[in-house]
Write a protein of this length. Sequence first.
Length: 212
Amino acid sequence: MERKPFFCNDCKATRGPSDFWRNRRSVSGYNYVCKACVALRHEKWRRSVGIKPREIYEADRARPGICPSCGRMKDLWRFRPGTLFEVLACRRCYQALNIRDWWAKLKADPVAHAVHKRSTNARMRGYRLGELTDPGMRRRAACRQIVWIATRGGLLHRQPCESCGAPKSEAHHDDYTKPLEVRWFCRQCHKALHAASLTTPARTAPPPGCRA
C-alpha cells in the first residue's frame, strides 16, 4: 500500500514519507518538516550560537591549540566543539571547572547536600553488599586493599603512567590472583585499557595518545 505524500511546513512542498523523520507525537506519525529543512534549521542554529560548520570543524581537528586554563598544547579535538568553548578550556579543564562549580552550589544548599549524601551512602552500601555476595568483586576489593597497604608500607612504589608518563597513576591488575603484580596507569589510560579489553580481550595496552 503506497502512503500518501506529506506537506512540509517550511518549504511548502509535498514530499513522500521517506523525506520526513518519524515523530510519534504527530497524528500522521511523521515530522511536520522534511529532512532537508530540518538540516537547514540545524545549520542556522549552529551559526547563531557560534558553532562551526561540520566540514570546518573536522578540518580544525588536526590543528593544535593551547588551553588557557592548564597552558598545555593539545589537539583541537581535545577541546569542546565550537568557537564559544575552544577559548575557555580543554575538555578536562572544562569538566573540572563544572565539577567545582557544581560541588560549591551543592554544599551551599544543606537540603540538596543531605539528599546527595544519603543517595551516595545507599549506593556505596549496595556496592559493599555486592562485594560480600560476588566472589569476583570480593577478590578485586581484596587486591586493591593489598596494593594500598603495600604502597603505604613501601613494598610497592607508585610509578608514572606506562602510556603517557603522567606522575599521578593507579594500579592495574592483569591477574587478580597475583595482587602484588601491578602495572601503573593514569586514570584516563586505565579507563581506556578496560574499555579496550571489553571490545578486544587480547589487547593488553591502552591505545596510543589516549592522553595529551
